[in-house]
Write a protein that binds this ligand. Structure first.
Ligand SMILES: Nc1ncnc2c1ncn2[C@@H]1O[C@H](COP(=O)(O)OP(=O)(O)OP(=O)(O)O)[C@@H](O)[C@H]1O
Length: 258
């Protein structure tokens, strides 16, 4: 039997009567990498914001690890281990890469800016922060100002600050958006690595990215679930092909083959 860590029932979000997400039933297996994909305007971001509690649903429920979290606040679900990736805007550009991760670790322990804390405690944070930087391949950038990092490396830093919160389940919003091919490959490898022992749900626009990464893919179009399954199953589905090819002619040209 599949061990489901996150499950939604009838999840719906309406904006002035327009259903951006409609009656979505999502089941994410513990320990899996699950992709939520779909063409522009499919409802991916809205769904992501519902799952991370940044938006209240109009209807439906969300269960995480056996609890109904529908009415909970983002900080409450984060404490339960369901953590969304911080966007680059949450990175402090003038602090070093190491200081950014250390700050995330300090916050995780409940202290805000514990500058008055002992040296040894700070060193403890540094050791853990360096470990996290190694995990995301940023060791060589530890002393660089975060604002100076190339875009792809900033996304890796974003993942490091998310890992600092010790997530049981990570929610990543388009981790490869706007990246060069090289960066995309690096982030795909990184997500695979940090997914060990965790569950990951990621929103992604590009089917190619989820091909090698996701165990299960849910395809949304117009707010509804169109198909679900592994890449081979989903990519053969004629409705999925039509949805992708139908919305954006440029996709047929090459970058996002089904
Ligand atoms: N706050 C809002 N108010 C009104 N309509 C909204 C709001 N947020 C999203 N929508 C609408 O809901 C639909 C789904 O949007 P959403 O951003 O969730 O799609 P998406 O799949 O993430 O798209 P993209 O790949 O382009 O980011 C769109 O038609 C969008 O215009």
């Amino acid at each position: 039997m599949v061990d489901t860590i996150l499950e939604t029932e009838g999840l719906t979000k309406e904006f002035r009567g327009f259903a951006a997400v409609s009656d979505v039933r999502l089941q994410v297996a513990r320990g899996s990498i699950h992709g939520l994909i779909g063409p522009n305007g499919a409802g991916k971001t809205t769904c992501f914001n519902l799952l991370t509690k940044f938006l209240p649903p109009t209807r439906g429920s969300i269960r995480y690890d056996g609890r109904d979290i529908t009415g909970m606040k983002p900080a409450e679900v984060a404490r339960l281990g369901l953590v969304r990736s911080f966007q680059i805007s949450a990175v402090f550009p003038n602090l070093t890469v190491l200081e950014n991760v250390r700050l995330a670790l300090q916050r995780q322990r409940g202290g805000s800016f514990d500058f008055w804390r002992g040296e040894s405690l700070l060193r403890q944070y540094d050791d853990r922060a360096m470990q996290l930087l190694e995990d995301v391949g940023l060791t060589g950038y530890a002393r660089h100002a975060a604002g100076q990092l190339p875009y792809g490396r900033k996304r890796a830093l974003e993942i490091a600050t998310t890992l600092a919160l010790d997530p049981v389940m990570m929610l990543l919003d388009e981790p490869t958006a706007g990246m060069t091919h090289e960066d995309v490959d690096r982030i795909v490898t990184l997500v695979k690595r940090v997914a060990a022992g965790r569950t990951v749900l990621l929103v992604e626009h590009n089917l190619k990215v989820v091909e090698g990464l996701c165990d299960t893919i849910t395809v949304l179009t117009r707010g509804r679930v169109l198909a679900q399954g592994d890449y081979a199953t989903v990519s053969r589905n004629p409705e999925v092909q039509a949805a992708y090819l139908g919305t954006d002619p440029s996709i047929a040209g090459g970058t996002q083959h089904v």
